[in-house]
Write a new protein. Structure first.
Length: 199
């Protein structure tokens, strides 16, 4: 009887191993698709966060009658908890917004964030690893919205959000275009296109 139980136990163990092996064979092709889905979601989420921040800047500029800036920043936990620790990034490397951004009121479009003078409205945390957010030359360091809700730039501003240097069919990048009126919109970047914002 003990020998019979041992045989049944061994048979069950072998059956489980075969079942896991078959399952593993069917799941291997799904791994890249799952990775692409995660990257696609991260790109879309980041583009939506950027649009939300731009809409906040425009709404606050109209509501308060003051200039509101969105500057690129190296957002840290200290910045999240203490606005005095927040700083805008100026200079090299410019155009990179994936490290985070600040939305704040300012006396004009050229002003850096000064906690004793400006009101910090929002802190945009860094993008998920592997996601890049870049602005064109007009917003190399900051995007400014005037008190009437229009941009402090004389032309459309473009920013791109991509997972890597190129938009692909599996993970298409997104362009966030902001018209002079201050209204943002999102569009897909065609596959095979290098992820650089148009000027």
């Amino acid at each position: 009887m003990a020998r019979f139980r041992s045989l049944v136990s061994n048979y069950q163990a072998i059956a489980w191993l075969v079942a896991f092996a078959v399952l593993f064979v069917f799941l291997i092709p799904a791994v890249p698709a799952l990775e692409h889905a995660i990257q696609r979601n991260a790109v879309v989420q980041e583009a939506n966060r950027l649009v939300t921040a731009i809409q906040l800047a425009r709404t606050q500029a109209l509501r308060t009658g003051s200039t509101v800036n969105l500057c690129r920043s190296l957002v840290t936990d200290a910045c999240d908890s203490d606005p005095a620790q927040c700083r805008c990034l100026d200079g090299t490397p410019s155009r990179q917004y994936e490290h985070g951004w600040l939305v704040y009121t300012a006396p004009d479009s050229s002003g850096d964030f000064l906690p004793e003078r400006d009101e910090l409205l929002s802190v945009g945390p860094p993008a998920r690893a592997g996601v890049m957010v870049r602005g064109n030359a007009r917003v190399a360091d900051r995007l400014s919205v005037r008190r009437d809700g229009s941009l402090d730039h004389l032309a459309t501003v473009n920013m791109v959000v991509c997972a890597g240097d190129e938009s692909t069919a599996d993970v298409p990048g997104r362009t966030v275009s902001v018209q002079v009126s201050g209204k943002p919109q999102i569009s897909a970047i065609p596959p095979g296109t290098y992820c650089l914002p148009t000027e």
